[in-house]
Unconditional design. Structure first.
Length: 387
């Protein structure tokens, strides 16, 4: 609409404008806007239709390019998210064999999208005792059992399946902790797995304490300052033994504790050490794992540490060294699995109030035993003396 016509409407209504109520003023403003942009509505509709056609043509072209490349590949690897996103491409590939790794934590809907009429063989690889699939809406997951994977349904239905009988990844001292969950496998221990951890007497140890946890009001999470300081000091000690930051992972079940640990690691000048939540580290592994268990309270609540799948993940991430700190009394009283784990550690003399180091105190020359972050001050290991 021309500016003169628009100005004429303004002049025509100016005399009575203040007599209008708020509703009439809104209607008048909407009328003016409609008349001002009326000429552009038709053009915008045409441009939108043209844009949609171009997007569809581009999508078809991208699909053609992807298929041209993928059909020459012997093996195609995709994440479950990519399978759901590019389901048309997956179906056009007409794959006869589909292999799903970590099938226990894959949503059944994502798995179904990867199947097509040409599929003849579906191979699911996973661990039913570990992390379940995660859904965006927790209520729907519980109501419709979305957190139960196809892998788990088949195993629970006693469909014939194979179980690995030999483990090659971790020390036998680690795998035996989960013997109540898994049939004891045949151990295949390499020379690397047999090597000692520099600066520490044992490859596995549980340091028990009774220091109380704390709750973060902002994060609605849990933390334990005593454990955070101990873990950070132990990580700094291991770095002095010649280990790289990439060889050490710190795990904790709560975001609040991870924040405390990261703060302590920065103060120890070892911020490069890997930190992660237990659930997020599923499927990963490292040479040395430091595990902070956090929960220590009068109500004897252990929260997520009572979930066997989470405990299984936490105790099976280490290859060479596993060091835990927590309130052993509460854990074993509230969880059968933790009771079994701690009983086995006690049999191996791998539980105590102090972590035994292969080190002495510089001022006294006495053997170093540590149970808090402050106890690491002035400790010199045998390895450091030989360097």
């Amino acid at each position: 609409m021309l500016y003169d016509e628009f100005l004429g409407i303004c002049i025509w209504t100016a005399y009575d404008l203040w007599q209008l109520d708020w509703t009439q003023r809104e209607q008048l403003a909407a009328l003016w806007l409609h008349r001002k942009f009326e000429a552009y509505y038709g053009q915008l509709s045409q441009l939108c239709e043209r844009f949609d056609r171009i997007c569809q043509d581009k999508a078809q072209l991208d699909q053609h390019v992807q298929l041209s490349a993928l059909k020459h590949a012997a093996v195609v690897g995709m994440t479950t998210t990519a399978v759901a996103k590019f389901s048309a491409v997956v179906n056009a590939l007409e794959a006869e064999v589909v292999v799903v790794e970590e099938a226990q934590e894959v949503l059944e809907s994502h798995l179904m999208v990867s199947l097509c009429p040409s599929t003849k063989h579906l191979i699911l690889i996973g661990d039913q005792k570990q992390v379940r699939p995660s859904s965006t809406v927790h209520r729907l997951a519980k109501q419709f059992r979305l957190d139960v994977s196809m892998f788990s349904r088949l195993v629970n239905s006693e469909v014939e399946h194979a179980v690995l009988s030999c483990q090659r990844r971790m020390r036998p001292e680690f795998s035996c902790l989960l013997s109540s969950l898994y049939p004891q496998p045949t151990e295949h221990t390499s020379a690397l797995q047999q090597q000692a951890i520099r600066g520490i007497e044992r490859p596995i140890y549980f340091v028990r304490h009774t220091k109380s946890e704390s709750a973060s009001g902002e994060l609605r999470s849990r933390g334990n300052a005593h454990e955070a300081k101990f873990i950070a000091a132990l990580a700094a000690f291991l770095l002095r033994q010649g280990y790289a930051p990439s060889q050490i992972t710190v795990l904790a079940p709560y975001c609040g504790q991870l924040l405390l640990i990261k703060q302590e690691l920065r103060q120890q000048h070892c911020a490069d050490v890997i930190t992660a939540g237990i659930d997020q580290y599923h499927g990963e592994e490292n040479d040395i794992v430091l595990l902070s268990l956090v929960r220590s309270n009068d109500s004897k609540s252990i929260g997520g540490l009572g979930v066997d799948s989470r405990v299984a993940v936490a105790l099976s991430r280490a290859r060479l060294g596993l060091y835990m700190i927590g309130n052993a009394e509460i854990l074993q009283s509230e969880s059968k699995l933790w009771a079994t784990v701690l009983r086995r550690l006690e049999q191996d003399e791998a539980v105590g109030d102090f972590l035994p180091l292969l080190a002495t105190r510089a001022e006294s020359g006495r053997r170093a035993l540590v149970r808090s972050g402050d106890d690491f001050e002035g400790v010199v290991s045998d390895f450091e003396r030989r360097r």
